[in-house]
Design a protein around this ligand. Sequence first.
Ligand code: V0D
Length: 246
Amino acid sequence: MEERIKVIQNNGVPAHIAIIMDGNGRWAKKRALPRVAGHHEGMKVVRKITRLANKLGVKVLTLYAFSTENWKRPKSEVDYLMKLPEEFLGTFLPELVDENVKVQMIGDRTNLPSHTIAAIDKAIHDTKNNTGIILNFALNYGSRAEILHAVQHVLKDINNGILKEEDLSEQLFSNYLMTHDLPDPDLLIRTSGEIRLSNFMLWQLAYTEFWFTNVLWPDFKEVHLLEAIEAFQSRSRRFGGLQSEE
Ligand code: V0D
């Protein structure tokens, strides 16, 4: 694997990778376990993939942990999910601090339990001066709501004279999104065989390469991330005008 990593590092690593971590429930069902067992197993994968992405030199890893649609699940499952940030950070925060990982979050904080927010805010605080990979959790995130909120904020700034209508551009509009401080993703990975975006980063994914796999998130291993990046690299080589190389 070390040689494979070196080759990947010499071929241009995607600066920002976004992942829709799907298939936790299906993983559990296959084993006759409760759905939450799948979520717990998926949490351990987050740690492994973060470490590898950091090692590879990825600058930003955005993980779709909870969508605005996920509130429709049984309350017991939602309650369990909302405890995962605390459990994850209780175990791994020291390691994240050590490995120079910077924790960030996008999504609507208002409806999240205070215990969840407290744990995440502590992690954001404790890692705010870190300069390594940004581990960006999308939590209670929905892309249409994000865009609508941005539009409302733009209109407010126009009405207040902070912004002139004719100055609004794609670049300027991006500053109103929750990802204002991040580059757009270069690579999107979705696990578990679903081939859709499910309201994830619709604006930001305009030019992103997509990579879909049938592997369920709890089964997603280091080699799968390497595989996805290698596919990205061979596509961008062709896109870069070296079509004849195939
Ligand atoms: C369940 C698979 C880590 C997807 C991964 C609240 C579904 C495990 C976090 C986490 C979840 C979030 C913020 C943070 C630190 C860790 C997490 C949720 C679900 C939703 F600062 N895993 N994880 N959050 N799952």
